[in-house]
Design a protein around this ligand. Sequence first.
Ligand SMILES: [Ca+2]
Length: 265
Amino acid sequence: MLNKKSRFSALILLVSIIAVSRNAFCAYAGSTVYDLISHAPDASWSSGAGVLPFPGNPADNRGFALFVDNAFLEDGSTWQRVLETHPQWVGGGWIMGAYPQQTVQSNVQLIVRIEFLSGATGTDGARFDVYFDEYRGLNVAPLRHTILSQVATLDDRLDLVTKDLDYLAGKKGNFIIYVNAGQTSGRDWAVWAEARVETKALPDLVIAEVRCDRNNSLIGVIDAPEPTHFLTKFHRYFNGYARHCCHSIACARLLQLECFEKVAT
Ligand SMILES: [Ca+2]
């Protein structure tokens, strides 16, 4: 049994573990794997008028892509840097950027936040697409996967879209962002405030039980839905903090983890 001082120390330690581990987890979740905005200069840009430079020129009627710094957007927010992609200045005009070939990691998702620059009054909206062109060899056309296709209008709000990329994990190919003007291209000041591939956040672990073991060590028992979740989540959760950890499989459907720290004796 623990004496009073030990019990108090154990309680403080447990609270510390929970607090620190939650903070550690929050810092891990949603890590950017590939930012389509900052990498925009690496993409190959084109429209119906042919190849386009990056950055483009806002007076170029072939369409243009460029960074806009301190951008004021339709919802009233200001962003340090967004990517503007204006389609060619014709009805049904479009613009696209094809990013360098890469292999999609597992456990990632695409996050996109789209809208228009403030003052785009008169635009009839635009369609924002993101594709992944899967590479299938030199003599075979790539297989296009449409990750998202979102029509946005000037509605004083940002459209946030999240797409799971698990079905593309391990595939090699090119991400492509594309904007189509729709009926008219007038004031299609289309911007991507966010566009990135990031790691998916796992659900929070819950400390289900606290008890002491035979050596008067504090034990936190954590339930996890399945081993993969447990293994990845636990190491992220406690990485570098709890030095004395072990785990055991209590039964087929419930994996329990016992993590203990020596407390004052
Ligand atoms: Ca339009």
